[in-house]
Design a protein around this ligand. Structure first.
Ligand code: ZN
Ligand code: ZN
Ligand code: ZN
Length: 372
């Protein structure tokens, strides 16, 4: 069971969001179901065509936002008058009209990136004086700046994932002779056993399968003398872990070891580059330059990282193209990889949170290519 978020925390978040809405020259916010709505209300809406929405307005002083819910789901909503007002609609009312009546009459409205087109397009037709902009475009993600408590929560869940990484590295989890799928099930059970509330995903990619970054663990049996890549994560009290480690079943060939040294050097350079004010693109490029100089530039085929928090992938995305600055409170992965098709692949992933003096790692298991 997820522990509920206190009214105080929710009010603090809404006040921060309201300031960001104002700073982005918007007059309101409209969130559909999902992590953004949970972030401000702690309410987990059913992802159905009957819309649940949160409408927040900036102009009316300190009024709390309005949670608009289908009447038949009202019983699921906790009464929290200082956090939100509840407004219901039933099947004889038009949801678009209900939401439009809660929104301001004109101006910019920030909408959650995953609001259904059905609802946005309906509102656009209904209220031509409103301009709808995705939150990510307006402020780079509603939840992208983590407060100190949220940063500690990411460090705590990261430490749980590290326990399972250590079990892999110290040989506690048998590999050779088992299929990827069996090992993945084992890891999933261990993620919960060490304290995660849920398992989000487990990748086990052995031998040539490790060259596919998002390989689905399958029926291949792990053999002696090959690389095995593990990437996994779960949730604890609403925050996600995500870490990648590789091990080698038996002695590591010189070629693989050389590449792995390039990889660890690149990852460390990216962590060092992640200073407040530095463009996010520079974090990616710091690693990419080293991997290119090592001769593997063509084999680092993805961005270096993604934001993380209530969801495994969220803003900010750390790509060569994202020139927005690293900010105190950002939380993202730093996960360079080298993938030689049909041969082997490797990736090293830690979550970092950004403090005033730079990146603090939430993952601290051994970063070497351990022989098991
Ligand atoms: Zn991924
Ligand atoms: Zn990962
Ligand atoms: Zn990741």
């Amino acid at each position: 069971m997820r522990r509920s978020t206190t009214d105080e925390v929710l009010i603090l978040r809404w006040n921060q969001v309201r300031d960001r809405i104002k700073a982005a020259d918007a007059v309101g916010i409209l969130l559909g179901g999902g992590a953004d709505l949970r972030y401000l209300t702690d309410y987990d809406a059913m992802p159905l065509e009957r819309i649940t929405a949160l409408v927040g307005r900036t102009m009316a002083g300190n009024e709390p936002p309005t949670l608009i819910v289908p009447e038949l789901e009202e019983a699921r909503v906790r009464t929290r008058p200082s956090v939100y007002a509840v407004h219901t609609w039933d099947d004889t009312t038009d949801s678009v009209t209900t939401i439009a009546s809660a929104l301001p009459q004109r101006g910019r409205i920030m909408v959650s990136d995953n609001l259904w087109a059905l609802h946005v397009l309906g509102l656009q037709r209904h209220s031509p004086n409103l301009e709808f902009v995705p939150i990510s475009e307006a402020v780079g993600g509603l939840r992208s700046i983590k407060n100190p408590i949220e940063r500690d929560a990411l460090a705590a869940v990261g430490a749980l994932a590290d326990k399972v990484a250590a079990q892999i590295q110290n040989g506690e989890i048998p590999l050779v002779g088992r299929t990827e799928a069996e090992i993945a099930d084992d890891i999933a059970n261990r993620l919960v056993a060490v304290g995660h509330d849920t398992v989000e995903f487990v990748i086990v990619a052995s031998g040539p399968n490790s060259a596919s970054p998002h390989h689905d663990p399958g029926s291949r049996t792990v053999r002696p003398g090959e690389i095995v890549l593990f990437d996994f994560g779960g949730q604890f009290e609403g925050f996600c872990s995500d870490t990648t480690r590789c091990v080698h079943t038996g002695p590591v060939p010189a070629e693989v070891l050389a590449a792995y040294e390039v990889l660890t050097t690149a990852q460390e350079a990216a962590v060092q580059a992640a200073q407040p004010g530095c463009p996010l693109a520079e974090v990616d490029l710091a690693a990419r330059r080293i991997i290119s100089a090592g001769g593997y530039g063509d084999y680092f085929i993805h961005r270096i990282g993604h934001g993380i928090g209530a969801e495994i992938h969220e803003h900010p995305y750390v790509t060569e193209l994202n020139t927005a600055p690293v900010q105190i409170g950002h939380a993202f992965s730093i996960e360079p990889g080298i993938y030689i098709p049909d041969q082997w692949g490797m990736r090293l992933e830690d979550i970092v949170v950004i403090e005033a003096d730079g990146a603090r790692r939430c993952n601290n298991s051994n970063r070497a290519l351990v022989e098991v």
